[in-house]
Design a protein. Structure first.
Length: 87
């Protein structure tokens, strides 16, 4: 990803997700309640989903807007593939 206006927000969210993953690891190592572990896993998933949304919106606003102006069908097809992988 090129450095766009939301790069810092993405990095901040990835740091939070990493913190959640570390918390899940500690919880498993400590033999914590499975329900608590699942809640932490949900927090990781949510954080990564939000990161994906930010990156997707940023990509559409910058890269895809330019690709449309330049009639770059390959970039649009690549985006469609990335969306399929994300969802």
């Amino acid at each position: 990803m090129d450095r766009h206006e939301n790069t810092q927000a993405v990095l901040n969210r990835l740091s939070r997700a990493a913190g959640h993953v570390n918390a899940v690891k500690r919880m498993v190592e400590e033999g914590r309640d499975c329900s608590d572990v699942l809640i932490q896993i949900a927090a990781v998933r949510s954080e990564l989903t939000n990161v994906g949304k930010i990156i997707l919106k940023d990509h559409i606003a910058h890269c895809i807007a330019e690709a449309v102006r330049e009639n770059d069908k390959a970039a649009i097809e690549k985006l469609n593939g990335a969306i399929d992988s994300l969802l």
